[in-house]
Design a protein around this ligand. Structure first.
Ligand code: G6P
Length: 595
């Protein structure tokens, strides 16, 4: 993971680099650093901890210079400390690098470089890159040195190299995202657009093995053979407002409360006269089987997708963790469609799974939020969520928009279901009503914030919602939580139930309602505390549950979008009441770009 940003222009580099790092901090936040070329000297500052700590350190000194590179880290190799923080230097101190990704063969390269006399001081896989550039640097040709360096590297990288002697940044990527931002008399190279959007909306998305060279005079992009590559400049559509908190205490809170607008954006222009309009390169009649693959919260959407697609289209649908799919030599047949779901469009395992599927001849379709992301560019066709940037590490609005997109897709594959589509357009309004429960849920959160364990139970299409509720709680409150199909509870988790165990039931009035009531009785008999998410018309469960949360009724198939809202709020309020870092929970990163 990690976030990288480089700057060259007519302003002070430090403040723009720090600003960029703050926007990228969701990618990693255990240490940060920058290297600025000030008066022909490198000014290198690194700090353990968050970007704010690096910023505080820099306020004590005056730094000039209008070219530099910066990094926010999520440790993979070597503890989070100042030595392992980026940028890293070569032995001469003339080359500085920042790296996002993992160099898989770094041990062998490190041993060889040490034999050649290089002094390697960190435990990272990244530092060897600076020494390789030093080794291959000849006649001031930094581009050639970088090209030779990457030929030695196995793994993934987004890489920025700063040369003290020529005020130049050379950048290259393989498997990790990187883009060039072109402003007025200034240029940026960054892991993603959030780092540059306050300065420019003109973006060039870089492809693997393209060598970008940026100086005060402009930029060139060449392939590994040294030929110039003509790249399209793309105009970004999202605004700076969309990535600021706008009065909310946390990004996660803002993202939870903006779900009605986000879902409207996913739906906009896609339903007309009981039909779903999507421009997809596939013929629904030719699909024999669907495989959906994803990670984390997106994998939970995928599970809901299986229920939806099988029910609405009759097409057999399987779901796989992207990391498992990739390595188990999956069987792909001629008319298989592989759907990848990813908020960021950059998750390394999902990207690898997609490549595996393509290589085996599958048709591919992406459900992606970040426009122009690597996965979005690799799939045959796709559905963008248009949910706006999601900054909180724990995914919320992307989840509800992914489920919305899957419902659209299911209705596209089969001729649209009039009743479902009519109800789908009312969903944003119903989500707004569910959000009004926030105060009540905070009160429940007060009661349970010290709990050590939670159980989340649901059935059918709401079983993945139970998984998602448990994941949200684990991610941001550090309380152990498990999601289970309610009936399976008897085969293990019930052994854990006592008066200290809160059990969250998702209990809409569907065809499993009476069974869920029996499961509640079983929990109650063992002293467990029941929090029940029920429909607004429910009257039965109040005698069984300790806390009742009534959400608007909708069609069974659409109910995950409504039922997940109180679960997101419960996790959010518990974490906030515990004064935890809601947006940047420990050890997690928003975009997992390592396998
Ligand atoms: C990380 C994030 C999760 C996200 C998962 C998959 O674990 O913290 O919120 O669900 O990656 O990310 P993607 O961008 O592929 O949906």
């Amino acid at each position: 993971m990690c976030g990288i940003v480089g700057y060259i222009g007519n302003k002070k580099a430090t403040s723009l680099l720090l600003d960029g790092l703050k926007k990228l901090e969701y990618r990693g936040y255990d240490s940060a650093g920058f290297c600025v070329l000030d008066d022909n000297q490198f000014c290198l500052i690194k700090k353990k901890g968050k970007v704010s700590e690096l910023e505080a350190q820099t306020q004590k000194i005056s730094i000039g210079g209008s070219i530099g590179i910066a990094h926010t880290r999520w440790a993979t190799h070597g503890a989070p400390n100042e030595i392992n923080a980026h940028p890293h230097l070569d032995c001469t101190g003339n080359i500085a690098i920042v790296h996002n990704g993992i160099i898989e063969n770094y041990q062998a390269l490190k041993t060889a470089l040490k034999k050649e006399g290089h002094k390697i001081i960190s435990q990272t896989d990244s530092e060897i890159i600076a020494h390789l550039v030093e080794k291959f640097y000849q006649n001031g040709n930094l581009e050639n040195a970088v090209a030779s360096t990457i030929k030695c590297l196995e793994g993934t990288f987004g890489l920025l190299v700063l040369d003290k002697n020529q005020a130049k940044i050379v950048a290259v990527k393989k498997g990790s995202p990187l883009l060039l931002g072109i402003g007025k008399k200034q240029m940026f190279i960054a892991s993603d657009a959030s780092a540059v959007i306050s300065q420019t909306k003109k973006i060039v998305y870089l492809d693997d093995n393209e060598i970008v060279s940026v100086t005060y005079d402009g930029y060139t992009i060449k392939n590994l053979q040294g030929q110039l590559v003509d790249k399209k400049i793309v105009q970004l559509k999202f605004t700076i407002d969309q990535i600021e908190k706008r009065g909310f205490k946390h990004f996660m809170q803002k993202e939870i409360f903006w779900q009605p607008q986000a879902i409207e954006n996913t739906l906009r222009g896609r339903i007309s006269k009981n039909r779903v309009k999507l421009s997809l390169k596939l013929n629904p009649k030719e699909i024999n089987r669907i495989i959906i693959t994803a990670c984390g919260t997106s994998w939970h959407s995928a599970l809901i997708g299986k229920y939806l697609i099988e029910k609405l289209t009759g097409i057999p649908t399987e779901v796989d963790y992207a990391s498992e799919f990739r390595y188990r030599d999956p069987i792909i047949k001629k008319n298989d469609l592989v759907i990848v779901i990813s908020q960021s469009g950059e998750t390394a395992d999902t990207l690898s799974a997609l490549k595996e599927a393509k290589q085996k001849g599958a048709k591919t379709l992406g459900i992606i939020n970040v426009v122009g992301s690597t996965i979005a560019r690799e799939v045959d066709s796709g559905i963008y969520l248009y949910a706006g940037p999601e900054i909180g590490v724990a995914s919320t609005k992307a989840f509800t928009c992914q489920v919305t997109a899957l419902i659209l897709l299911a209705n596209y594959l089969k001729s649209g279901d009039k009743e479902i589509l009519a109800e789908l357009v009312k969903i944003p309004q119903k989500v707004s009503l569910a959000l009004k429960l926030s105060g009540k849920i905070r009160h429940i959160a007060e009661k349970f914030k010290e709990s050590k364990n939670f159980l989340y139970l649901g059935r059918n299409v709401n079983f993945p919602v139970a998984l998602e509720g448990a994941l949200k709680l684990k991610e941001i409150s550090y309380i152990h939580a498990e999601g289970y199909p309610a009936a399976e509870m008897k085969h293990g988790p019930i052994a854990l139930v006592d008066e200290n165990m809160p059990v969250v039931f998702i209990a809409p009035k569907d065809n499993t309602y009476l069974k869920i009531i029996s499961n509640m009785e079983e929990i109650k008999a063992r002293g467990g505390k029941i929090i029940a998410i029920v429909n607004s018309t429910d009257s039965k469960i109040k005698n069984l549950a300790d806390y009742i949360i009534k959400v608007p009724k909708t069609l069974d198939i659409l109910s995950p979008i409504i039922n997940v809202i109180p679960l997101q709020l419960l996790a959010y309020h518990i974490a906030d009441l515990k004064n935890l870092n809601v947006d940047k929970p420990r050890n997690l990163a928003k975009s997992v770009t390592v396998e």
